[in-house]
Design a protein around this ligand. Sequence first.
Ligand SMILES: [Zn+2]
Length: 86
Amino acid sequence: MAVGLPGEQTRWRCTRCGNLTRFDVVRSRRTKEYWHFDLGGDATVESSELLREVVEQVVCRWCGADDSIEIVPRPDAGGPTEETAG
Ligand SMILES: [Zn+2]
């Protein structure tokens, strides 16, 4: 079960190594798009609406952990300011 998306006051943190800043993220996005074709057949996506977004996997770029990512507060909300293990 992957961790959820961070919000305005939160961020991700790797509990194994303390990484706060670098992650590989696999996510699925279901979108509704307005495709506008010209008469030659070339299309431009003129608008896109996000219907659903699911984070499937978050992997720490530092240590490779994919089961150790947690949600913590941002520094402004009392969260960690340094990338330290433990
Ligand atoms: Zn890590």
